[in-house]
Design a protein around this ligand. Sequence first.
Ligand code: URA
Length: 192
Amino acid sequence: MIENFEELRIQALACRRCRLAETRTNVVFGAGTPAAKVMFIGEGPGENEDLQGEAFVGRGGQLLDRYLHHIDLDRSRNIYIANMVKCRPPKNRDPQQDEMDCCIDWLRNQVYLIRPKIIVCLGRIAAQRLIDPKFRVTKEHGRFVEKNGIWMMGTYHPAALLRNPASKPDALEDMAALREKILEVCPETYSL
Ligand code: URA
């Protein structure tokens, strides 16, 4: 493991472990503060993220920011956001298993250094890889399970909410459940 977050970032930005390196514009390492106790993990960069080198900056990202602000979370202050893969899959296809396998050590090292108390998986891809291979977002969203001392929860991906606004009330309930869990296990989040 790399023991320094900035060193980890520098090395990840030069990564060429998988085919996504050939088509990316930028590696999207992550956003937020490494002092956070709450991490959000999405799928992979889209077009805007690839162009800007920043996680969740497109329409989905703007929606995510609104949901975060709803429970007093802010990417510049008290959370960290990363993705299952750090480079954009062409045409925003799902990341393939071997691409996630190549990328997972970067994420593991981020989790090792951040030591979050809570991880929120945004969408099926992250939840199936990190919580349960059979995870169904529509059925299991908002439920917390403890794994290796970290409370894990899966919720709707912001892009899914843009496609299907009928799920928005459920997603807001998940945010309320997240606020309760934060107050229980890492209340310091609200003084960061
Ligand atoms: N979708 C994701 O899963 N991650 C991003 O960073 C942007 C869009």
